[in-house]
Design a protein around this ligand. Structure first.
Ligand SMILES: Nc1nc2c(ncn2[C@@H]2O[C@H](COP(=O)(O)O[C@H]3[C@@H](O)[C@H](n4cnc5c(=O)[nH]c(N)nc54)O[C@@H]3COP(=O)(O)O)[C@@H](O)[C@H]2O)c(=O)[nH]1
Length: 697
C-alpha cells in the first residue's frame, strides 16, 4: 500500500509513520508538509491512501480534494481535523473524503481502523460510480464514448460507438485509435496532439467537429470532446465523447422540410398548388406597395365558375377536384410573370394584374379568361364538361386601396356580372358597393328568417281552360319579415340561391305544400295536384331525390300529386346531367313541369330527351295577347308542340278574358293568372276550392 500523509506538524508525521508501520502493511509512506508538496507527490505516482490535514501552511486541504475529484482520482481519503470542526468535516466528505478522524490525544490508535474504513468506502464508491457511468455510457444513444490508454489502444467502446463507427466492442478493444476511425490524412496530427496532451495536461486536444471514418470507409461527421483521466495505478486514460452530427443534420433538415411543408400548407392551395387566400392577400399588398411607388394601377379580377356546384354534386367531388385542377392549369397559361393567380376557395379564383396602365386592360384580360374557360374540358373518365365563367373587376386606386377592399369590390362586381347573365364581366361601381352592402344585410336577415321560420306559402289556382274547374295549384313562397314586412320571392330567392340558404328554405316549402295538400283532402276537398318551384341549386343537390322521397313518405302525399316546376334555364348547358337527375326524380312517381317555357331553347328535340309531364307557357307570351301576333303565334306553337308530345300545357299570367278565349281556341289545357285569382293564403285557397267543388258540373 502507498500512503500519502499531508501534514505540516512534523511530530504528527513521525508518530503516524511509526503507528502505521507497526499496525498496517504500508509499502511506502510519503510525507508532504504542504499542499504543493502533496500535489508534486501525486503527480509523480499513484497512492492508495491519503491522510489529509485540512489546515496547511499554503492552503486548505479542500483544494486538494477538489483537484482529485476533477481528475477522477479515487484515493481512499481520511481527513484529519481538530475538535469542533463538524462543518469542515461535512464539507470534506462532500468534497470526496471517505472518512474523518478528530485529532484528539489518542487519535493515532484509531488511524488503522479509519484507513480500512476509508478504503472500503472508496472501493464501494468506485464500484458504484463505475457501474452507473458504464450503464450511462452504454445506454446513451447517439453519444459514442471510447476510452484509450496511453498508447491510444481502445480500452472502452460503448454501444453508440459500435453503431456510429461500425466496429463491435470486441473488434475495437486493443486496436489503436488511428487505425480504427481516423482517416489517413488526419492520423499524424491526431497522434501528435494526443502525445502533446499526455506530456502536458495544459494542452488538451480541442473539442470540435471532425469527419472521421466508419468501418466501411464511409465518412461520418461528429462533434468530438475529449477528457484525460487517471486510470487505475495512475495511468492516463483518454476518453473521447462523439456526438453524431449526421443525425442532427438529418433532424435539422427534417425540421426544415416540415417547416417548408407547413409554409406550403399555410400559403398554397393543396389541390391546385396555387397561392391560397392568405398568400393572395399578402401578394396583393405587395403589388399595391409596388404600384404606389411606381404610380401605376392594379387590377383585381374575381373569377367565379358558373354552375360548378352542379358538376360537383352530379359527378362527385373527385371529378370536381380534377376539373378545378384543369381549370387552374388553363388559367395559369394566361398569367404574366408579374401577375398573381390564386384560388380563394371553392370555385373562386383571383387574378391580380400588376402595372395596369388603364382599367380597360383588366376588361380585356377578363374577356380572354371567359373565352378560355368557355372551351370544353375532358375529364379522365372521358366526360366532356362545360363551365362558364363570370368575372368581377376592381381597380386600385380607383375603387379601394386595401387588398380586402379590392377583393370585396371585385366580388360585388362579380355578383353584377352573374346577374347580367353570366359568362360576362363587370367593373365595380359605387352603386354596386351600396347594393353589395344591402345584399349582405338581406343575407343576415334571411339566415335569421330560416332559423325562425318566417315564411308562409300562398297558393295560386290552376284551372282547366275547358270548363274552368280548379285542377291544381302552385305553391308560392312569401317571407313575412318582422323588419321588412311581406317580401316577394323575387326579392330574396336570388340571395337564398347565392348563399345556399335555398336548400333549407326549399325543403321547408316542399314539406309545407305536401302537408297542406293532404290536409285539404282530409277536409273532404277534391284531390288536387300541388306544384312547387325548384331552384337550380336545389335540383343539383345530390340528396334531393332522397329528401323528396322522405317528405312524401312523412306527409303521406301520393307522389303523383306533387309537381316539381323547373325553369328551362336550369337545364341549359347541363342536358346530360339534367336528364339523369330528371330520371331519378321521375322514378319517385312525381310529375315534372318546365316553367317559363319559350324563354330558352324551346326545342322539340330537347323536350323529347326529358321525362316531362307539363309545359308552362311563360307569361311574357300571354301578356300581349291578342295584340301581339308574334306572341300569339309562339303561344299557339307551344300548345301544338305540347299536345303533339302528349304533355299537359298550362298558360301562365292570364289576366283577361280575351287571353283565355285565345287559349281555348288553341285547345290549351289549363291556365293560371289574376283573371281567376292571384296567389292567396291557404285558408282563402281552401274557400275557393270549396266553392269550386260546390259548383254543378
Ligand atoms: N325556388 C323557388 N322559387 C319560388 C318559390 N316561390 C316562388 N318562387 C319564384 O319566385 C318567382 C316569383 O314568384 P311570385 O312573385 O310568387 O310570382 C308568381 C305569381 O304571383 C305570378 N303571377 C301569377 N299570375 C299572374 C298574372 O296573371 N300576372 C302577373 N303579372 N303575375 C302573375 O307569377 C309567378 C309564378 O310564376 P311561375 O313560378 O313561373 O309559375 C316565381 O317565378 C318563382 O320562380 C319557391 O318556393 N321556390
Amino acid at each position: 500500500m502507498r500512503l500519502l500523509h499531508v501534514e505540516d506538524d512534523s511530530n504528527d508525521l513521525e508518530i503516524v509513520a511509526r503507528t502505521l508501520k507497526k499496525r498496517l502493511q504500508v509499502g511506502e509512506l510519503v510525507a508532504a508538509p504542504t499542499l504543493a508538496a502533496a500535489r508534486a507527490a501525486l503527480s509523480n505516482g499513484a497512492f492508495d491512501v491519503l491522510l489529509l490535514d485540512l489546515h496547511l501552511p499554503d492552503g486548505e486541504g479542500f483544494e486538494l480534494l477538489e483537484q482529485l475529484r476533477e481528475r477522477g482520482n479515487a484515493i481512499a481519503t481520511v481527513v484529519l481535523t481538530g475538535d469542533g470542526e463538524e462543518a469542515a468535516v461535512r464539507g470534506a466528505l462532500k468534497a470526496g473524503a471517505d472518512e474523518f478522524l478528530v485529532k484528539d490525544p489518542g487519535y493515532f490508535d484509531h488511524l488503522p481502523e479509519a484507513i480500512r474504513t476509508a478504503q472500503r468506502k472508496a472501493a464501494n464508491k468506485l464500484v458504484e460510480s463505475e457501474r452507473r457511468f458504464r450503464a450511462l455510457f452504454e445506454r446513451t444513444p447517439s453519444i459514442a464514448v471510447q476510452g484509450y490508454d496511453r498508447e491510444r489502444r481502445v480500452i472502452y467502446w460503448n454501444r453508440a460507438s459500435e453503431e456510429m463507427y461500425g466496429f463491435s466492442a470486441e473488434e475495437a478493444v486493443g486496436r489503436r485509435l488511428e487505425d480504427l476511425i481516423i482517416p489517413a490524412p488526419m492520423r499524424e496530427g491526431v497522434v501528435s496532439a494526443i502525445e502533446a496532451w499526455l506530456g502536458d495536461r495544459s494542452r488538451p486536444v480541442e473539442a470540435g467537429e471532425l469527419t472521421l471514418k466508419r468501418k466501411d470507409g464511409s465518412p461520418t461527421h461528429v462533434f468530438s470532446s475529449h477528457v484525460l483521466l487517471d486510470g487505475p495505478g495512475g495511468e492516463p486514460e483518454l476518453y473521447c465523447i462523439d456526438v453524431d452530427l449526421n443525425r442532427q443534420k438529418q433532424a435539422a433538415s427534417e425540421l426544415e422540410r416540415s417547416e417548408a411543408q407547413l409554409q406550403q400548407l399555410a400559403h398554397y392551395d393543396p389541390l391546385t398548388g396555387l397561392p391560397n387566400r392568405t398568400l393572395a392577400l399578402i401578394l396583393l399588398e405587395q403589388a399595391l406597395n409596388h404600384a404606389r411607388r411606381h404610380g401605376h394601377g392594379v387590377g383585381v379580377l374575381f373569377v367565379d365558375l358558373d354552375r360548378f356546384k352542379n358538376i360537383n354534386d352530379s359527378f362527385g367531388h373527385p371529378v370536381g377536384d380534377e376539373l378545378l385542377k384543369q381549370i387552374a392549369k388553363r388559367l395559369a397559361t394566361r398569367v404574366r410573370a408579374e401577375d398573381t393567380l390564386a384560388r380563394l376557395g371553392g370555385d373562386e379564383f383571383l387574378h391580380v394584374l400588376e402595372r395596369l396602365e388603364d382599367p380597360s386592360e383588366a376588361g380585356l384580360v377578363a374577356e380572354s379568361l371567359i373565352a378560355l374557360l368557355d372551351m370544353p374540358f375532358t375529364l379522365s373518365g372521358g366526360q366532356e364538361v362545360y363551365v362558364g365563367t363570370s368575372v368581377g373587376i376592381s381597380i386600385f386606386p380607383r375603387d379601394s386601396d386595401t387588398p380586402v377592399g379590392l377583393i370585396q369590390h371585385a366580388d360585388a362586381a362579380l355578383y353584377k356580372a352573374k346577374e347580367d347573365g353570366r359568362k360576362t364581366f363587370s367593373y365595380f361601381t359605387a352603386e354596386l358597393g351600396v347594393a353589395a352592402q344591402k345584399r349582405i344585410e338581406l343575407e343576415t336577415r334571411l339566415r335569421r328568417a330560416v332559423e325562425r321560420e318566417e315564411f308562409i306559402l300562398h297558393y295560386q289556382p290552376k284551372l282547366a281552360v275547358d270548363g274552368g274547374r280548379i285542377i291544381g295549384c302552385e305553391a308560392l313562397l312569401r317571407w313575412l319579415s318582422p323588419d321588412l314586412g311581406l317580401v316577394q320571392p323575387s326579392d330574396f330567392i336570388p340571395v337564398a340561391e347565392e348563399t345556399g340558404l335555398i336548400e333549407a328554405i326549399g325543403e321547408w316549402v316542399l314539406r309545407k305544400a305536401c302537408r297542406q295538400a293532404v290536409q285539404w283532402s282530409r277536409h273532404g276537398l277534391p284531390e288536387l295536384d300541388v306544384a312547387v318551384n325548384l331552384s337550380a341549386r336545389q335540383l343539383w343537390q345530390a340528396e334531393l331525390p332522397v329528401r323528396i322521397a322522405g317528405i312524401l313518405h312523412e306527409t303521406g302525399l301520393d307522389p303523383n300529386r306533387l309537381e316539381l316546376e323547373l325553369t328551362e334555364s336550369v337545364i341549359m348547358g347541363q342536358e346530360t346531367l339534367a336528364a339523369e337527375r330528371f330520371g331519378q326524380l321521375k322514378s319517385l312517381g312525381v310529375k315534372l313541369a318546365i316553367d317559363d317555357f319559350g324563354t330558352g331553347y324551346s326545342s322539340l328535340a330537347y323536350l323529347k330527351r326529358f321525362p316531362i309531364d307539363v309545359l308552362k307557357i311563360d307569361r311574357s307570351f300571354v301578356r300581349d295577347i291578342p295584340d301581339d301576333a308574334n306572341d300569339m303565334a309562339i303561344a299557339a306553337a307551344i300548345v301544338a308542340m305540347a299536345r303533339a308530345l302528349r304533355l299537359t300545357v298550362v298558360a301562365e299570367g292570364v289576366e283577361t278574358l280575351a287571353q283565355l278565349a285565345f287559349l281555348a281556341e288553341k285547345a290549351c289545357y289549363a291556365y293560371q293568372g289574376y283573371l281567376f285569382s292571384p296567389p292567396v293564403p291557404a285558408e282563402d285557397f281552401e274557400r275557393l276550392l270549396a266553392a269550386d267543388s260546390a259548383r254543378k258540373p
